[in-house]
Write a new protein. Structure first.
Lengths: 286, 80
């Protein structure tokens, strides 16, 4: 116990023994912290495509039923009709995701010029109006819909009153050299003038997909690297801020001079970085 | 330290925080790295003006900036 108290005092309190500067803020300590972070970066960069990453990888919780519920919740908020999950649209969305992984592109149009509408007709879905929203690198369903709603174009797409049906695909793969989870959302209004060759009423019924059996990605990994990474970085920066604050307070009381940087500005700087880590939602949408 | 230096840092910090809350994701990322670069340059300039610049201080600012950049990198890599 005495040893721990002595260590904490040496690490955080400026006194003669640490040259009147908290040991955590010494150059060697800062270098060790940076070295630790560099090793972490190296490990995750080199194992990005290996089974190690897949085992330790992000805990994904993207579920179609949540995406559907959140989308309809947003539409209800604007007094719009709820959308029905359509099997053909979900299959078209899955085809689109597979095509993106196969041709390695992050765009609405493939490098070969295939448009999003191709996947509708490929799956025998004939529409009057249609739209597509894409998202990647999200680990939570709610954040996907939230990100779409924060973007004007995607929000307009979700809130279009003409749409009556929707389809989702949540697919895992490697995109542009990085393990990626793609979310494809297809919205449409079926063409009522289109009459399929077979029994129309039976076909229509089979196209309604039960949300609970719809494709989703939900995995509990050994370590959730997304949460782990964020919390570890917040912990390190908070320790530094605490050390700077204690160091600044005690040193100001002693009214001595030392040749160091301004602790108050360091605190502000690290605080902004912490806000960045908390605020930044790493997924992207198009 | 001149008052204008302090005001400049406060202004840039406020803008950066606003950008972090309202800008698109890519802008947020770029602006954070730009803020780190700005903080180091600003500090070195202020210390140079007050004639308190030394290798020890330069190293301290660079180490803090490097920790911030590395922390952001870890965040971006581990997020998926």
């Amino acid at each position: 116990m005495h040893g721990l108290t002595k260590f904490l005092k040496h690490a955080f309190l400026p006194h003669q023994g640490n040259n009147y500067r908290a040991k955590v803020l010494h150059h060697d300590s800062l270098t060790y912290i940076m070295g630790l972070l560099l090793i972490t970066i190296l490990i995750f960069r080199t194992t990005a495509n290996t089974s190690f990453h897949r085992v330790l990888g992000a805990s994904l919780n993207i579920q179609t039923q949540v995406l559907l519920a959140d989308t309809n919740k947003e539409r209800a908020h604007y007094g719009l009709n709820p959308l029905t999950l359509n099997k053909k649209l979900s299959e078209a969305a899955a085809d689109k995701a597979h095509d993106m992984f196969a041709h390695d592109y992050w765009n609405h149009y493939s490098p070969t010029g295939t448009s999003p509408w191709y996947f509708f007709t490929k799956n025998d879905y004939h529409y009057l109006y249609a739209g597509e929203n894409l998202a990647k690198d999200f680990s939570d369903s709610a954040k996907v819909v939230q990100a779409w709603m924060q973007s004007t174009k995607h929000r307009e797409n979700i809130l279009r009153s003409e749409y009556t049906e929707i389809g989702f695909a949540v697919e895992e793969g490697v995109l542009q050299g990085k393990p990626t989870v793609l979310v494809v959302q297809l919205l449409a209004t079926p063409d009522p003038s289109y009459v399929p060759d077979t029994n129309a009423s039976t076909q229509q019924k089979s196209n309604v997909l039960n949300a609970t059996s719809a494709p989703s990605v939900q995995k509990a990994k050994l370590i959730n690297t997304a949460v782990w990474g964020r919390n570890a970085m917040l912990f390190i920066l908070t320790i530094l801020i605490c050390a700077l604050a204690i160091d600044m307070y005690i040193f100001e009381r002693q009214k001595m001079y030392r040749s160091t940087g301004k602790s108050v500005f360091h605190i502000v700087f690290l605080f902004v970085v912490i806000i960045g880590i908390v605020v930044i939602n790493t997924g992207t949408i198009i | 330290m001149k008052r204008v230096d302090l005001l400049l840092l406060i202004l840039v910090t406020v803008i950066e925080i606003a950008v972090l809350f309202i800008a698109p994701i890519q802008t947020k990322k770029v602006s954070l790295f730009m803020y780190v670069a700005y903080y180091v340059s600003w500090s070195l300039l202020v210390h140079a003006r007050t004639k308190t610049l030394s290798v020890k201080i330069v190293l301290e600012y660079f180490l803090l900036a490097a920790i911030a950049v590395a922390a952001l990198q870890v965040l971006f890599i581990t997020s998926l």
